[in-house]
Ligand binder design. Structure first.
Ligand code: F6P
Length: 377
């Protein structure tokens, strides 16, 4: 086993419920092995800045020594006690060198980084410069292809379902429709799964073809058969794609078109960052705990540049570069040369993995359409 004096743990990028549970698991698992833990405040930014504590502003310092008690009673809370930031300077060599100097100053021999793909790129760069890192997927978007679920996704979906259920109540009273745009960046998982769970009459995601007309027809047919309340869920990625094509306010304007086409009064709602807050669900606490434990085990075993994933219920680890390229493959964003580092066998394995994942998504979308539909009576 490699010798570790201290390890660092940080949360980076968009926060996600369950990040605290992950910090707790990492801290307790490391302490159990006699390794001390530094919580790094504000992600990679804190690692670069290494600022001292300031009792006047209550700033705790960029590096906080975490003992077992420091992470007590945080498993049940949203947000991240370590705070988060999107550290732009960390992408520069200068920023990277500052981070490495901080690690050297504090005898930090390895880092566990919780976040999304940007966080993993940072972890790779640090590992390449001699600080071994392990990544943990913490994002509500569930857009890390290599893992079936990311930490925060389940909570975000439950929050979304509970919000839309409330909208449903008032829609039912007033015979209205609500068009709801939900976060997820370019991935449609939050929209699709919550859309199914709230019984949406229409779901729009970038991954599958959708038709406004079909949604209007569905609502018209359902209204004829007595249905009073309607919900349509749109992934924010659809809006981003429209913006790229020069179309602004797509979701708001869709709500107006829906009202005109169906005669159903329609409201628009964007819960936005509300989905990022709140106490984590059991599923997220469990995932965070299992993944945090595994990350420490791998790091202390001398492994690095891995991202811990959940695949078919098992906690596994995947090479970070493999995971990042798999992501690009799944999202049809491969760049020339991306696959050069992989053998023909690995490439075939990646393609097969993406095909299965896409098939599962398509099947789920198909289910949503069939059970959300009111065929003509
Ligand atoms: O990646 C998480 C996420 O909440 C996305 O769903 C969303 O598009 C983005 O972050 C919002 O970013 P910010 O918090 O920087 O506004």
């Amino acid at each position: 086993m490699a010798e570790f004096r201290n390890i660092g743990v940080l949360t980076s990028g968009g926060d996600a419920p369950g990040m605290n549970a992950t910090v707790r698991a990492v801290t307790r698992a490391a302490l159990a092995q006699g390794v001390q833990v530094y919580g790094i405040y504000e992600g990679y930014q804190g690692l670069m800045d290494d600022l001292p504590a300031d009792p006047v502003t209550h700033f705790p310092g960029s590096l906080i020594k975490l003992d077992a008690y420091a992470v007590t009673n945080i498993i049940n809370h949203g947000a991240t006690i370590l705070k988060s930031a999107r550290a732009v300077d960390f992408k520069t060599e200068e920023g990277m060198q500052k981070a490495i100097a901080t690690c050297k100053r504090h005898n930090i021999d390895g880092i566990i980084a919780i976040g999304g793909d940007g966080t993993f790129r940072g972890a790779t760069d640090l590992t390449n410069r001699g600080i071994p890192c392990i990544g943990l997927p913490g994002t509500i978007d569930n857009d890390i292809t290599a893992t079936d679920e990311s930490i925060g996704f389940d909570t975000a979906m439950n929050t979304c379902v509970s919000l839309i259920d409330k909208l449903r109540d008032t829609c039912e009273s007033h015979a209205r429709c609500n068009v709801v745009e939900v976060m997820g960046r370019n991935a449609g998982y939050v929209a699709l799964e919550t859309g199914i769970a709230v019984g949406a009459s229409g779901i729009m995601v970038c991954e599958c073809p959708y038709s406004e007309e079909e949604i209007f027809e569905n609502i018209i047919n359902a209204k004829k058969q007595g249905k009073r309340s309607f919900v349509v869920v749109i992934a924010e990625g659809v809006k981003f794609a429209k913006e790229d094509a020069g179309i602004k306010n797509y979701c708001e304007d869709f709500a107006k078109r829906l009202e005109a086409a169906t005669g159903v009064e329609t409201k628009f709602c964007r819960p936005a960052h509300i989905l990022r807050g709140g106490d984590p669900t059991l599923r997220d606490r469990l995932l965070a705990s299992r993944m945090g434990y595994e990350a420490v085990r791998l790091l202390l075993e001398g492994k690095s540049k891995l991202v811990v994933c959940e695949q078919k219920g098992d906690i596994v680890s995947v090479d970070i570069n493999y995971a990042l390229i798999l992501d690009r493959m799944y999202k049809n964003k491969l760049k020339p040369g991306d696959l050069d580092a992989f053998t023909a066998e690995q490439q075939a394995e990646m393609r097969a993995f993406c095909e299965v994942k896409k098939k599962e998504f398509d099947e789920m979308y198909n289910v949503s359409k069939v059970i959300g539909a009111y065929p003509e009576a």
